[in-house]
Design a protein around this ligand. Structure first.
Ligand code: SAM
Length: 494
């Protein structure tokens, strides 16, 4: 067992406990307080320093092949260090002390060493314990108890890809077994039809047509040549009836599955789930007069917490990779749990942030803000982003918001932000991006299908976002990649 806990007991003494095996060592947070901006509340300073230190430990341990010393405690005349010595596939973990004094050390700069600190010797009473690399990486849940946002150790992207994979089955089966897409193409000798004619024959609106075509192109089954779309040789051999190697009947096995039937219905009606009589309203979107799950207390909590899981992973990465050190006010439009604002507040101690969202959603943001110690700098503003005026801000953030809306609403929101920004103000669009040709990447094409069926939106390309931003006087840079296929585009008002 290796655990570091911080108990905010109102004093800077005896508030940090390090546990190695059964051995407990209690120390003071005094030195951590000295390392950070004095304007921040003490508890936030201590938690931030500790989390930076633990992150530095983790980075070193995840690769370590030789003995590593981890700085663990700072005292007036000495410091304590944890020695992690490789031992078969694990590490022998031993607490020791050095004559290096706390005043000469810094929790981040000196967080790890590969050579022993001056006069390092084992602490009497502390027995060595054997820990796997994984156990050390997780520090017995230390990070969770610190309530500080840090980046995940392992990239969760593959989990999201598996989760969204089912949309591939739904779209492929819908195309083959319900819309007879490839049979329609086979009416032309070269298996190509003009885009407009194909859309007409499929009887699809532009949004569902784009979502379906993008996914099938990303799967390598359709290809575009100018303004014509055709079957690839792979599709021609296997997805046309009466061909020697056809597999259409096999695909048809899923034709009556509820998920496929649901997707077919969504494609035909161009309406998201949740809007039929006796349903709870659409998830994630609200417009005056539209039944929305975000207006219902329980559902708003459920959907907002579901997105908070993703945000906790991605927000710290965004705040680290796209920095806004000079910003004064960040306006987080449709900010949901507020976790993106909180990540920026944690790193920018003079920043104020305003989250605009629906009242039921903001209850959750309020809880997170209190937990993370930033409630005094985070304003939660109930409103409708389409009809209410935006407050003044030099940075505006649309994180995972535009992909919930169709093209006219995206253009409307971008124009509204651009109009309200001061000269040199920045609009950040944090989202996933299709490639400009709408031929992939496949994970984004499948996520686009998820967005399509749950909301009024879909995934867009950088070229689409750039054209809407340019049209409104913003010059665009990026995208800078964050996590889980997201990236950030920055538009500066000139
Ligand atoms: C997909 S979530 C994104 C949340 C957060 N920005 C994130 O990246 O995790 C979209 C958010 O927009 C909010 N929203 C939808 N329509 C809105 C409206 N008309 N006015 C204000 N907020 C709205 C929803 O309540 C929801 O919290």
């Amino acid at each position: 067992m290796l655990r570091l806990t911080y108990d905010d007991n109102g004093s800077t003494h005896q508030d940090i406990t390090l546990q190695i095996g059964d051995f407990l060592s209690v120390s003071d947070s005094y030195y951590f307080l000295l390392e950070m901006d004095e304007e921040l509340p003490a508890a936030v300073r201590v938690r931030t320093c500790l989390s930076q230190m633990i992150t530095a430990w983790a980075t070193e341990i995840s690769e370590a092949k030789q003995t590593i010393y981890l700085l663990a405690e700072l005292h007036d005349e000495f410091s304590r260090w944890i020695r992690c010595m490789p031992h078969n596939d694990s590490f022998e973990v031993q607490l020791g002390w050095s004559t290096e004094a706390g005043h000469d050390l810094n929790s981040l700069r000196d967080a790890t060493r590969t050579s022993p600190p001056a006069d390092w010797q084992e602490c009497s009473g502390s027995e060595p314990v054997i820990q796997t690399r994984q156990e050390i990486l997780h520090f017995g849940g230390s990070m969770e108890s610190l309530h500080v946002q840090t980046e995940p150790l392992f990239d969760p992207t593959p989990i999201f890809e598996h989760f969204r994979g089912a949309y591939g089955t739904q779209l492929l089966t819908a195309a083959v077994a319900h819309f007879n897409l490839f049979e329609k193409l086979s009416t032309s000798p070269d298996l190509f039809l003009p885009v407009g004619q194909l859309r007409q024959e499929l009887e699809l609106e532009p949004r569902p047509f784009t979502v379906l075509m993008t996914a099938l192109k990303a799967m390598g089954l359709l290809v575009q040549d100018g303004d014509r779309i055709g079957a690839t040789p792979l599709a021609a051999e296997h997805l046309l009836h009466n061909r020697e190697f056809e597999v259409t009947n096999y695909i048809g096995l899923a034709a009556t599955s509820p998920d496929v039937l649901g997707m077919v219905e969504r494609l035909k009606t161009n309406r998201p789930y949740g809007l039929d009589v006796n349903e709870n309203g659409a998830a994630f979107i609200y417009r005056n007069g539209m039944p929305s799950a975000m207006e219902e207390s329980e559902l708003a909590r459920h959907f907002t917490l579901s997105l908070a899981g993703r945000a906790k992973n991605v927000a710290p990465v965004l705040a680290d990779r796209f920095r806004i050190p000079d910003a004064k006010v960040l306006l987080d439009i449709g900010g949901g749990s507020g976790i993106y604002s909180i990540a920026y507040l944690a790193r920018n101690h003079h920043l104020k942030a305003i989250v605009i969202d629906r009242p039921e959603v903001l209850n959750i943001a309020s809880e997170f803000a209190e937990q993370c110690g930033v409630a005094d700098r985070l304003e939660l503003r109930e409103g409708d982003m389409f009809t209410d005026d935006f407050p003044e801000a030099d940075v505006m953030l649309l994180s995972n918001v535009l992909h919930d809306w169709d093209v006219p609403e995206c253009e409307e929101l971008i124009a509204k932000c651009a109009n309200r920004l001061p000269q040199q103000g920045r609009l950040l669009i944090h989202d996933v991006f299709l490639n400009d040709e709408h031929t992939g990447p496949l994970p984004i094409a499948l996520y686009s299908a998820a967005l399509f069926s749950l909301t009024e939106g879909r995934a867009y390309s950088v070229a689409e976002y750039r054209s809407w931003m340019n049209k409104n006087g913003l010059s665009v840079s990026g995208p800078i990649e964050t996590l889980i296929h997201c990236g950030v585009l920055c538009g500066i008002k000139r």
